[in-house]
Design a protein around this ligand. Structure first.
Ligand code: BGC
Length: 446
């Protein structure tokens, strides 16, 4: 089997804290926090304080036995306004962090944009203002120049599908901004694609070593009910969704093939006349890999008339979680369908489950449902590798309990419990089990 990365995942706004330390500028999540848009009036200002605890956290990664760590850069730490002035302290922070990870034998997987837009860019219209594409191009060039000598794997966007949804279609700071029409959302999506195209190129050009630049998608996987339904699952996985503007091909098709996904344009009667000459050439940027975030899936089958329909399956209530349903086959079929369609290596860049949990009286966390989730999903990861699916890594989401965006701190996704007052880290049972599974599945190459 090929080399495989076993990792854990986080993102800057969710774990770093230190929201105004060392020259970092304000982000939209600082702004939403100040406006009281987060559940229970919570904020992202300190969260896990990872910014000040890198040594301790790398020790935990070593103990866990991972050979990769996926994290994101806070744009506003490197460029406080999102453009113009550069903040050397922010750059030094990430540069040292990368050195420390590499010294520990841990491969950094760096996300360039995981949702924390610098506030001034948001005030100028964010992704609905085409100007942002050049600002992102500059930012990615700075990233390439400062980290591209040591970091091999970069993803420009995390889940652009969710970005258009929470910023435009269903804005999270309800009442402040109104939901945009599908057409307006599509135009913002087009700008995101342009950002991605320019940023991919500028990062590659600025890096002094051979970097791999990809994108991380939110994959809405359909799985077959019986072996006869594999084609049904494939069709459904690439069919536009009812209620959302995006689907699995909405971003990836333009990036890989240089054209918007026709079924999406037709279904929502989108007007493409605003697209400028040359745009699709910029957008087609030949990513080196696809990162796929998969949490669950929908089971489908063919009915008697060969129509694809949802299967009647009851969610496994023994494992039902607060947020997600357990469908382990999703990490088998998601990478399979994506790598077949795009002919690219796939990494599962996020997979995990949120539970609302507390430590027991002895300070232990027996998160048995999460252990079962990881066990059953990793069985499918192993099966995919053995069946020759071009799957090259698995990252559990998340290393820590953290700031779950608008939902604040109540959903806990971590394999490490965090006390948000003292920042004390307590590995849960799932931490030790994941450690065991990595040993079990690791090959000599990994
Ligand atoms: C996002 C993460 C988020 C996770 C759990 C993904 O959509 O990339 O930032 O915390 O799901 O909801």
């Amino acid at each position: 089997m090929k080399k495989f990365y076993w990792g854990v995942s986080t993102s800057s706004a969710q774990v770093e804290g230190a929201h105004d330390q060392d020259g970092k500028g304000e982000t939209i999540w600082d702004y939403y926090s100040k406006r009281g848009a987060i559940y229970n009036g919570e904020d992202c200002f300190t969260t896990c304080d990872c910014y000040n605890r890198t040594a301790e956290d790398i020790e935990l990664m070593k103990k866990l036995g991972v050979n990769a760590y996926r994290f994101s850069l806070a744009w506003a730490r490197m460029m406080p306004k999102g453009y113009g002035e550069i903040n050397q302290k922010g750059i030094d922070f990430y540069s040292k962090f990368v050195d420390d990870l590499l010294a520990a034998g841990i491969e950094p997987f760096v996300t360039v944009y995981h949702w924390d837009m610098p506030l001034p860019l948001f005030e100028q219209g964010g992704f609905s203002n085409r100007d942002i594409i050049y600002k992102m191009e500059d930012y990615a060039s700075l990233v390439g120049k400062t980290l591209g000598d040591r970091v091999k794997y970069f993803a420009i966007f995390n889940e652009p599908e969710c970005v258009v949804d929470f910023m435009y279609r269903h804005p999270i700071h309800d009442g402040v901004e109104l939901p945009r029409s599908r057409q307006e959302t599509f135009e913002a999506m087009h700008n995101i694609l342009l950002c991605n195209g320019l940023a991919t190129r500028s990062l590659r050009a600025a890096a002094s070593s051979d970097v791999k630049v990809g994108i991380v998608s939110a994959t809405d996987v359909c799985v077959p009910n019986t072996p006869k339904d594999v084609e049904a699952a494939r069709i459904a996985t690439f069919t536009p969704r009812e209620d959302l503007l995006f689907d699995n091909a909405g971003f990836l098709d333009p990036i890989c093939f240089g054209r918007h996904y026709e079924p999406l344009i037709k279904k929502f009667e989108l007007d493409t006349s605003f697209i400028k000459e040359g745009d699709m050439e910029i957008i087609k940027c030949n990513p080196d890999f696809i990162g796929s975030n998969i949490y669950t899936g929908t089971t489908v089958e063919f009915d008697q008339n060969k129509n694809v329909v949802k299967s009647k399956v009851s969610p496994n209530s023994a494992y039902a979680s607060n947020l997600r349903r357990f469908v382990p086959e999703s990490v088998y079929y998601g990478p399979k369908f994506l790598s077949e369609r795009y002919n690219l290596p796939v990494y599962i860049t996020e997979n995990g489950v949120a539970l609302s949990e507390t430590l027991d009286k002895d300070g232990n966390m027996n998160d048995d449902s999460r252990v079962e989730y990881i066990r059953t999903y990793l069985e499918q990861v192993d099966k995919a590798r053995k069946d020759g699916v071009d799957l090259n890594g698995y990252f559990y989401w998340s290393m820590f309990d953290n700031f779950e965006w608008k939902a604040g701190f109540w959903p806990r996704f971590g394999i490490i419990h965090v006390d948000y007052d003292t920042f004390k880290r307590t590995p849960k049972k799932s931490f030790y089990k994941y450690q065991e599974y990595i040993k079990q599945y690791k090959t000599e190459l990994d």
